[in-house]
Design a protein around this ligand. Sequence first.
Ligand code: HEM
Ligand code: HEM
Length: 276
Amino acid sequence: MLPSCRLADGALVKASAPADRAGDRSAAGERSSVAAPPAGPALASGSAPAPPALASAPAARASADETVERFGKTVRWFHWTFALAFVFLAATGGLLALRTPLGLAPALARRILTAHEAAAVWLAVVPAVVVLSGNTREFFHELSPLVRWSLDDLRWLALQPFAFVKTITLPPAGKLNAGQKVNALAMSGLTVALAASGTVLYLRPGALAPLAVHVFCFLAWLPLFAGHLGLALVVPSTRPALRGMLTGRVSREWARHHHPRWIEDLEAREGAPPSR
Ligand code: HEM
Ligand code: HEM
């Protein structure tokens, strides 16, 4: 993920279990559910209902802790099972690459290599099982923005390095901004190259050309991952996205700020009569 702009944190994020389940069941393109703000003590205790003005939809929409579904369960489980294997592969691969300077005993290096190969099998199998046993349609729908590029995406990429200049406004981003699209495509390409060169290395240990490709892709992935991690865990304005990948939901206001075109589309669908 990459930042769309430099603004303060969004409002509180509230996960709602039933809405989450409903959201995950929803097929691709279906409207996202909205978690209503929590009932106040008066309502919860069964006393007089809130006045209509307070309970009205626009008021609820403006509520600071209203959330929208960002990622369904299939996407989230795919992301985390994939990330777990990938990070483990990078850690064990890094140890293998540094085995001589680290003075690793050959027996230990062999064990690390076995763990590396086992993680490669996990990477190839587990995320695929997650997708096939989950909401496959929704999953592929989530991937579709990666191949759909608009002029605004190109403008976003061109202007992003100058986003710190106050007079420059970035074009509104969709569900993924152009930086996230580039990141996702780059990580996918590197994964294919790592898997292919790794498979050749498994069959022909020590072969020079695939080893060079393998190590080059590993080194290219490191800064991408450092940026991804920094945005997910450190940068205050993008950190709320982590809740989206953990619980599935993010604050509507945060999303409106960082992904305005996505929220516009979502609200247009929310306002439209249910599709048959
Ligand atoms: C282990 C630490 C990781 C954390 C904390 C993390 C966190 C996140 C978060 C919060 C998002 C959602 C961004 C948004 O809603 O805008 C995301 C998306 C994504 N993650 Fe990760 N991730 C991790 C590892 C990885 C790894 C290892 C890969 C691939 C090798 C990866 C690939 C992606 C991709 C392609 C996306 C969608 C595009 C994007 O937002 O850049 N992630 N990640
Ligand atoms: C996805 C399937 C993968 C397979 C089948 C695979 C397989 C292998 C094999 C067989 C080796 C030993 C090479 C040799 O010494 O002859 C190796 C080494 C290595 N792998 Fe992978 N790997 C995979 C993914 C990855 C990933 C995702 C990363 C990092 C992001 C990675 C990083 C490394 C590194 C740094 C080395 C050490 C290279 C060296 O000896 O200098 N591998 N891999």
